[in-house]
Design a protein around this ligand. Structure first.
Ligand code: ADP
Length: 493
């Protein structure tokens, strides 16, 4: 099966979050199942400046964008350690910028940039010498690809038999733009209606993808259910419910070569489930040194690593630390970057407890690995969480997740109770209420459990022994692709 993956980011080329990790791993996992996979991403400045082996293909073509025509230059590279070919679409006006999407504010021309990218990607597919069976798109940035395939490219010999699949990584980001951006798409205004591309007077690129794709997936079964209802669907619950017959939830895998305490170059002492105590202690010493402390204290280390935004429950973490940091029961470390209000709130509470809270504002992949290895517990009090990767990395590093039971956290984390301990399914602590007291209660249960060394060791070993590699997830994607290929696509008017 020939599969084209189209996405706006992919590890290790360019990353702002979990989407990149998924897109960076899935091609290899699908290749190992016999698929012939090609990936297309934008040639951002960040990608070109990282020293990857990237060459010009010599192919270049014009892409219509409203009344203008923009040049797309096609570059070629490879995903490290994987047979999948990567095409990079270069256009300096669109992608030669300091960041992927903008800073505190999105770039004002993100509609142009990703309409251009989507149109260039489908044009590139049409110019290949062998057809693609599946075009697998990710998130709003590629929402238009399925519309182009169905409306503009249905007579292309390379694309007429292709099926499109859209994976939603987060319903909160929909690519909403003012209605005049419809002109940039080159599609007929008749599609700008509430059943197809319009959302309350605006152009909605995610909705476009949901409507025109032959199949839809999201990154966990529980999130697939949540998004068919308010508030999980962020206004698109009706569209999703109407497509429930082709909507599937598939939990993300993790890159077990990158996230592996047995081979991680970012940690001072490699470890496994049998000697996690020694490995974690060494990581804790290294982390303390890195943060300028003389030595680590003896308290359990409770961590948060992630984007500092409302979705991640940062407010709960601030409230939790304000109440608990004075108790002396735990040391906290927060690594993240995000909204100014979240960063400032964290800075205030960290300044009040300098010996107990370490706050690192920034995006630091190496430190993320060290924190995962050093910490005893990982907080994820998310308001919603499509899948979540951080808790899966935590499990692998023997860092027990403390999560709000939402989205993919429900599918991956089993609360510790006498029963789940007995049947060996426990791997974390979870709570449901939408407040910091519930988080505090879960953390207190975890800290109590941590005092029981035998119980805690069993829990850590159970967590570290679980398999969250891509193999099972890739098999589910392949099954989805096969089913989608076998279905006759709906005709679009
Ligand atoms: P999301 O995609 O919503 O941001 P996930 O848990 O799915 O959340 O994935 C987050 C990814 O980004 C993980 O790989 C995590 O380690 C990484 N990450 C987030 N913030 C930081 C940071 N400040 N420094 C290093 N890595 C980070």
């Amino acid at each position: 099966m020939r599969v084209l993956q189209v996405a706006s980011e992919a590890t290790p080329f360019a990353k702002t979050g979990g989407l990149a990790d998924v897109v960076g791993c899935l091609p290899d996992a699908l290749s190992r199942l016999g698929c012939d996979v090609t990936l297309v991403i934008p040639a951002y400045r960040e990608v070109l400046s990282k020293g990857f082996e990237i060459e010009h293909t010599g192919l270049s073509f014009e892409v219509p964008l409203g009344t203008r025509r923009l040049q797309a230059q096609i570059l070629r590279g490879r995903l490290p350690g994987c047979s999948a070919m990567v095409f990079l679409i270069a256009n300096d006006e669109c992608f030669d910028r300091p960041t992927l999407y903008g800073g505190a504010e999105d770039y004002p021309d993100n509609a142009e940039r990703f309409i251009f990218f989507s149109r260039a990607a489908i044009e590139l597919a049409a110019r290949q010498d062998r057809p693609f069976d599946i075009i697998h798109c990710h998130d709003w940035q590629t929402g238009l690809v399925s519309a182009y395939q169905k409306l503009l490219y249905r007579s292309s010999p390379m694309l007429s038999q292709s099926r499109t699949v859209l994976t939603i990584h987060n319903m909160a980001y929909q690519g909403l733009f003012w209605h005049w951006d419809m002109l940039l798409t080159g599609l007929d205004w008749k599609y700008f209606n509430w059943q197809q591309m319009e959302f309350y007077g605006q152009l909605n690129l995610l909705k476009t993808g949901l409507v025109f794709s032959d199949a839809i997936s999201t990154v966990s079964p529980n999130y697939a259910r949540e998004i068919q209802k308010a508030p999980g669907g962020h206004g698109l619950e009706g569209v999703l419910a109407s497509r429930s017959d082709v909507l599937r939830g598939i939990v993300n895998g993790i890159d077990t070569t990158v996230w592996n305490p047995g081979s991680d170059p970012h940690i001072p002492r490699l470890y496994s489930a049998h000697d996690f105590d020694a490995g974690k202690y060494a990581a804790r010493v290294a982390l303390a040194a890195r943060l300028g402390h003389a030595a680590p204290d003896a308290r359990p280390l409770v961590a948060f690593v992630g984007r500092l935004v409302e979705q991640k429950g940062v407010e709960f973490i601030v409230e939790l630390m304000s109440r608990m940091a004075g108790s002396g029961r735990a040391h906290f470390i927060v690594l993240g970057t995000g909204s100014r209000s979240s960063e400032e709130a964290l800075q205030r509470v960290a300044a009040s407890f300098p010996g107990t809270i370490d706050l690192i504002i920034g995006f630091d992949e190496t430190l993320a690995h060290l924190v995962q290895a050093a910490a005893d517990m990982m907080l994820m009090p998310s308001l919603y969480e499509p899948c979540g990767l951080t808790q899966l990395y935590a499990l692998r590093y023997g860092t027990i997740p403390i999560v709000r039971a939402t989205g993919g956290l429900v599918d991956t984390i089993v609360d510790t109770t006498p029963e789940t301990l007995h049947n060996k399914t426990a791997n974390g602590f979870s709570f449901t209420a939408f407040d910091s007291l519930a988080l505090e209660h879960a953390l207190t249960r975890a800290l109590d459990a941590h005092r029981n060394r035998e119980l805690w060791s069993g829990l850590v070993q159970q967590a570290m022994g679980q398999d969250w590699s891509w193999d099972a997830s890739a098999r589910e994607y392949l099954q989805l692709f096969r089913e989608t290929q076998a279905r006759t696509p709906a005709t679009v008017r």
